[in-house]
Design a protein around this ligand. Structure first.
Ligand code: PRT
Length: 111
């Protein structure tokens, strides 16, 4: 995870109920995209010299790490790597002008 002193907003904030965490995270990602603060890892993904390939590569790495954690039955590691994976997926969504409602609608349509 990012250093919480490097500009994180959600962290362990007790004001954010767990069911709102994804929305808060996505709002933070969109804010980083708009403001591009220095020292922000998220902002660096939006300005990376590799363009969107930077986040696509991270998605590949985090997917592999998630799979390896599952194969090892390491549930703490599986949770940690899954969070990395979801975070990078949300950065990709923001890059593509998609949002969580697009994901929710797609999932709901499968009920
Ligand atoms: N949720 C995340 C988040 N998850 C993962 N990461 C970063 O994604 C990168 C993952 O790369 P690596 O896997 O190579 O790093 P690693 O986890 O140290 O190494 P591994 O053990 O996984 O190999 C790290 O730099 C993490 O800090 C994240 N960076 C930011 N956020 C959120 O984004 C918000 C904004 O943070 P800034 O990016 O600092 O503005 C924060 O408040 C957080 O809520």
């Amino acid at each position: 995870m990012s250093d919480p002193d490097a500009g994180g907003e959600t962290g362990d904030d007790p004001e954010v109920p767990s069911e709102a965490v994804l929305d808060e995270l996505f709002a933070t990602i969109e804010s980083r995209r708009e403001e591009l603060p220095e020292g922000s890892y998220t902002a660096s993904l939006f300005t990376h010299e590799k363009g969107e390939n930077a986040v696509l590569e991270k998605l590949g790495e985090e997917s592999t790490e998630t799979i390896l954690a599952a194969k090892d039955d390491d549930l703490d590691e599986l949770t940690y790597e899954s969070a990395d994976l979801v975070y990078h997926l949300l950065v990709l969504f923001a890059m593509k002008d998609l949002d969580l409602d697009d994901l929710r609608e797609e999932l709901r349509d499968r009920f």
